[in-house]
Design a binder for this molecule. Sequence first.
Ligand code: NAD
Ligand code: TYD
Length: 352
Amino acid sequence: MKRILVTGGAGFIGSNFIHYVLNNCEDVELLVNLDLLTYAGNLENLLSVQDDKRYVFVHGDIRDSKLVNEIFDKYKFDTVVHFAAESHVDRSIVEPEIFLTTNIVGSQTLLDAAKRHWNVDPDNKYSREYLPGVKYLQVSTDEVYGALGKTGMFTESTPISPNSPYSASKASADLVVRAYYQTYGMPVNITRCSNNYGPYQFPEKLIPLMLNNAQHNKPLPIYGDGMQIRDWLHVSDHCSAILTVLKKGRNGEVYNIGGNNERANIEIVRLILNELGKDESLISYVKDRPGHDRRYAIDNAKITTELGWSPAYTFQRGMHETLEWYLNNPGWVERVVSGDYLDYYSKMYSKA
Ligand code: NAD
Ligand code: TYD
């Protein structure tokens, strides 16, 4: 793992991953971040690495096959970590199409470029031989499994049963990745992680949204009864799990990633209010999200026993540090919410 292509590296998890890799992986010579800078992409997340000689930013679309092939030619990647996606369930309910093109066609474009550059005989459709050490990792989600009732957990063999346009697009992409393994023998892995929290998360997702609203004494909109359960993992633990799979994962395998940390939404919201010293009267129960999955829970036995990964963060420490980060970086949140950073991009790229 010397020359990595990270897609979606200006987003929440991608930017945390870039920091994690550049701080922890001595073998990495080059890390290229390909990102379209949609509303969710923010180069401010990467200010501290922009002068790192190993880091290159490419502004572009994962669906642009010409561009993707050009950067494969130029940078000779041996590893692809594919984060780029439309990632918010609520947006997918009102605008499904972009989820399908970005999340499915974008993945297929990257897979094709990787196959062309990594297969030792790319024009031979029967060739299943690849350059040594290459790997494509698809960053997926536990949401592809659908919803659980009060009991049970998602294992890697739980049937795919997505309920939102977002999770359907991620599930479809996973099936395309599987097909490239089965048909072409491509060295791939799929990781399916539970809900992440931590620094640089766009304030449309539960934790930063509630935190921001509470700080400004705005109502905290809880869907339905607030008893939906998510299995929360600190983003840094997600990053360490991805690196573990890159190093030790068996080709073609899926690995679930989760921290055995199930919490009801209302519990998270109360915790935030409590930490900020705000009153529960800010809680506002609103009409439920259509198709809202009741419960997610990850069985992480495969990655822990087979690959030896385990999360480092307790929820208490992770939430404490996360709330502190948001409180210490009010400018980051304000610029994201006000859209100032979008103006910054349009100025920055006006010459291109
Ligand atoms: P995010 O929305 O914060 O970031 C997505 C990034 O992708 C942004 O920087 C955006 O500009 C970029 N992007 C979007 N469309 C693009 C395109 N066509 N070409 C190039 N770049 C494009 O998302 P996130 O929360 O960081 O999630 C990253 C990945 O992890 C996604 O694939 C998501 O499905 C998966 N995931 C997220 C969670 C979570 O809790 N956030 C949990 C499990 C899995
Ligand atoms: P979210 O952060 O959107 O992640 P996901 O839908 O991918 O799990 O939402 C987490 C949970 O919080 C989910 O059950 C929906 C709920 N939620 C609310 O109740 N109100 C909100 O305003 C948001 C954004 C989410």
